[in-house]
Design a protein around this ligand. Sequence first.
Ligand code: C5P
Length: 398
Amino acid sequence: MNGVCVFGVTGGIAAAKATLAVSMLVKQGLDVHAIMTESACEFVSPLTFRTLTANPVTVDMFEEPGQWNVKHVSLAQRADLFVIAPATANFLGKTAAGIADDMLTTTVMATRAPVVIAPAMNSGMYGNPIVQRNIASLKALGYMFVGPESGRLACGDVGPGRMAAPERIVDFAMHALHGRGRPSLAGRRVLVNAGPTREPIDPVRYITNRSSGKMGYAIAGAAAARGAQVTLVSGPTNLPEPEGCALASVETADEMYQACMTAASDADIIIAAAAVADYRPASYSCSKIKKTADDMCIRLERTRDIVAELGQIKGARVIVGFAAETDDLLVNAQSKLVSKNLDIIVANVVGGERSAFGSDENSVTLLRPGLEPEALPAMPKLALAHEILDRAASIIRK
Ligand code: C5P
């Protein structure tokens, strides 16, 4: 994705890890401009960020005697995204209080871009009510936070305060960038299910499918970045937990059903992106099945159709389902839209070269009752997540 990202680095040992986040953002196609505080330069040389970004790094407001650097205004205006990682207690305190006394705090103050902050500090500092108050007031003003994580800190303490992993920061920042200028979902509750299910045959074998969970995780992360309270009910995947979501990990269709029914009670939007097994072994063998015959038969029984049952008790909720088909995509999708009482169905092809399964891109058609099908161009699942959320948000009934 094109765009300008201003990346602020403040003085903490995690500044070294920030270099990884910067290079990932550059790989995403962003034009990254680093601003460092003076103490950040004690940990990492500006030359490192300059080399990674291929852009000059700014530290000082007054680089040459008698010259005032007005870059803070131009960078602030050009920014499509602002990331501060690591963010110290000092940075949070100054920004929350409206103090702009260096290049970084001044540029943050002047920007209208979404601001993603990854705090990193000692647990004692992080737990200090002053820091917590500053974070709460910045959050209330729309500043977005990722992390910190708990773990062993550079000072030897164990507890919260470690900067979020660079992948998490970048993932969240990309959601913030894609979500820029789109309707906020603050105050909304969104339930997303994602991934495959596993239906056990015996203690070592199960039936599953090729769903990667990427689409559902992208939707959950996108909704959280737009301020929603998100519950993600996920079957087994290899994906990192999206930032800001309450994750309920499940394995079987039955567990997914229970978790979704619980979370659905107060949801405004339900998005069923999971590839739930339609059948499960009718009986489970507690001991491993031996290969005694040349062939064998596993009798299957139907699972419950989660989204169809949610459709029956829909009330004011907006429900989005997915149709993954190898044949007659639109005809099949249209019939599911009606039979499951959905508001939107996302029709995508599976199998073959254009398969949605496992891919980072998807090209889908959206079907809505009474409206012409809307074929969307191929786009990254991250961008598609926001398109789906935009349509769902536009039909919220309460
Ligand atoms: O009927 P089909 O399984 O193809 O419909 C797909 C949609 O139904 C998806 O949104 C999927 O998450 C949902 N589904 C479900 N429970 C099932 C099977 C599918 O919620 N048991």
